[in-house]
Design a protein around this ligand. Structure first.
Ligand SMILES: [Zn+2]
Length: 616
């Protein structure tokens, strides 16, 4: 629960914490790191009566109840006096809330152990080589005292783990076995993950403000190259807002096999990427887009934010119908900023918008079933606990939200003869935050600020797009910039037994509207699109595809090759469900994708809109 007495803020400068004292201290000891354990002591001074400590159930920015208390154990409470520690009685009042009876004592210490072996951007991961600490998963808060200064003491061997990368501020110079950090309140602590170990660290300044890139994991990334690119990202994004709203920023990059994702914070971000992808220059652009995305969140989400997203109740869901703003706007801008940073040509940027936004959304039948506003509100049970059939039931607010902002940007540019754009809406939202940092935005505040910043009346349009389930008006809006969406047959990549055939001899790649994966030598259906050939054939998720036209299929490329021969014709499928074989027929269609193309004869007005949109 948020303290009723405190004003919510996530703003902190390192100078604020130097030499401070705190009545709430977390000692984190890593002597059992090899066993994935942190030994935590929460020391709370100035206690009386009953003191309640609570472990959060979720991390802001990641809309899923994770019940971090599940990985906590060995909880003991003690009074601390002149003669040492005396055990205090305590009881759990729910799954994560501990009440301690102080029995007249005024200093409380609660010890516990946290098991830390889940490698994501929002969970703890600790082993013999490093520690990634998420405070929400580690630090129980003291009810009623979240507004106070909180200190964190890291107790680790600094010879083997020399680097500490975090937005938490140093309280004093490090001592042997003790690094003391601080936050002005619990919300800032919760928002400040810590990477400890021998991660690569590169530093750079932009406008005199220090930035740190900390890359953990076994990687071969050129760290100086990454720092140089990030300096461009920082310069490009901050130019829109007129400066940097922090005194220091930390990019934490987790480079480990098989992971991808990011989480935003006010003065840092955590970005997870598979290091093998960094060997491919095209994939390096994916990392840069991820970094652009999480970095942009320091403005949009951490500061410009839906009213439900700060202050937080860490014990339960924070439902917001506005994740289309939080993530949709960011999804559009991450690619736009990557383009403005010079990471893409104009042509590549437009191809990216078609491939990663418009064509992807076209493969989501759920966009006709649920509005993006409802999909935002229900994120906790939809996007974050997606059922295998979810694609048919709702659109992602990242995906549809991003496309909505693309169309809105073109609409604004056209209606202002290129004088205004979505950038002006950002500036209006930003200036609103600067004068009202304690309170987030309602949807009507947000739309009013977009209208005020751009001078364009667009409330009815935005409302219709947010609450509607009709197809978005691509041709009308892209047409403003002399562009149109066109369905194109995909060039085939079908292979026969590992050998590429010549394009001329291969029929179009077949589309059945299913997702089939190889699992333990079987071809298993993992998704079926409503309205697709696989839907018409009544094939279910988890069914195993055995044969096409009586021919055994044992790999996805063989399945694709056989099906390609039957585009536009029916073919028999032998499949397996629940221990029994069955047969059905399917009519594969030619694989198509949506591209963004130039209209035949663009007008001067259309050319001007496109020029203003792509200015950099
Ligand atoms: Zn995001």
């Amino acid at each position: 629960m948020q303290d009723a007495t405190s004003a919510y803020t996530i703003e902190q400068r390192d100078a604020d914490l130097v030499g401070t004292t705190a009545s709430i201290l977390y000692r984190l000891a890593f002597h059992k790191a090899a066993r994935h354990l942190i030994h935590v002591t929460v020391r709370v001074e100035r206690c009386s009566g009953i003191v309640a400590l609570v472990m959060p159930s979720w991390t802001p920015g990641s809309y899923k109840i994770r019940d971090y208390a599940g990985w906590q154990g060995n909880v003991r409470a003690f009074a601390v006096g002149a003669s040492g520690r005396t055990a205090l009685p305590h009881r759990w009042t729910d799954k994560a809330r501990l009440e301690v009876d102080m029995q007249g004592a005024d200093v409380l210490e609660v010890d516990y152990v946290v098991y830390c072996n889940e490698r994501t951007v929002r969970t703890n991961h600790v082993n013999r080589f490093h520690a990634f600490v998420m405070p929400t998963a580690t630090c129980m808060y003291v009810e009623g005292r979240m507004h106070e200064i909180h200190h964190v003491e890291l107790q680790h061997d600094q010879a083997t783990w020399p680097n500490v990368s975090t937005a938490l501020s140093p309280v004093r110079a490090a001592r042997a076995g003790s690094v003391l950090l601080g936050a002005l309140n619990y919300d800032i602590l919760a928002d400040s993950p810590i990477e400890i170990g021998s991660q690569s660290v590169v530093r750079f300044d932009v406008n005199g403000v220090p930035h740190e890139v900390a890359i953990a994991g076994n990687h071969a990334l050129d760290t100086q190259w990454l720092a140089n690119q990030l300096a461009v990202v920082v310069g490009t994004e901050s130019a829109v807002f007129g400066g940097l709203p922090y005194d220091r920023y930390v990019f934490i990059v987790q480079a480990y096999p098989g992971i991808y994702g990011g989480l935003e914070h006010a003065r840092s971000s955590v970005n997870a990427v598979d290091p093998s992808t960094l060997l491919d220059p095209a994939k390096c652009n994916e990392l840069l887009a991820l970094l652009c995305h999480e970095y942009f969140h320091l403005w949009n989400v951490k500061r410009i934010r839906p009213i439900e997203l700060g202050p937080f109740d860490y014990t339960r869901e924070a439902y917001s119908p506005m994740l289309w703003l939080a993530e949709g706007l960011t999804s559009y801008y991450d690619d736009l900023f990557a383009y403005r940073c010079g990471f893409h040509t104009q042509e590549a940027f437009i191809k990216l918008l078609a491939r990663e936004h418009i064509a992807k959304l076209a493969r989501v039948p759920g966009r006709f079933q649920m509005s993006v506003r409802d999909s935002s509100y229900l994120a906790w049970l939809k996007l974050y606990m997606q059922s295998p059939d979810g694609n048919n039931r709702f659109p992602s607010y990242y995906l549809k939200g991003g496309v909505i902002f693309l169309l809105l940007d073109l609409y604004i540019i056209d209606h202002t003869d290129g004088k205004r754009s979505l950038d002006d809406a950002l500036r209006a939202l930003w200036s609103h935050y600067q004068s009202n940092p304690g309170v987030g935005l309602t949807e009507s505040d947000c739309i009013a600020l977009i209208e005020r910043g751009t001078g364009v009346q667009c409330k009815a349009l935005i409302d219709a797009w947010l609450s509607g389930t009709d197809e978005l008006p691509y041709d009308e809006m892209l047409g403003l910039a002399g562009l149109a969406v066109q369905s194109q047959t995909s060039p085939t990549t079908a292979k026969t037994f590992g050998e590429q055939r010549s394009f001329a001899s291969v029929p179009p790649t077949a589309w059945c509207g299913w997702t089939v994966r190889e699992e333990q030598g079987k071809l298993v259906v993992k998704g079926v699109e409503d309205g697709s050939p696989a839907d018409a054939a009544n094939i279910g998720i988890d069914d195993e595809i055995i044969a096409v036209d009586g021919r055994r299929v044992t790999a996805v490329n063989i399945l694709d090759t056989y099906l390609a021969e039957f585009v536009g014709r029916t073919v028999a499928i032998t499949a397996h469900c629940d221990g029994r074989l069955y047969t059905t027929t399917i009519e594969p269609q030619a694989q198509t994708t949506l591209a963004i193309v130039d209209v035949a004869k663009p007008t001067a007005r259309q050319n001007n809109v496109r020029k203003a949109w792509l200015r950099r």
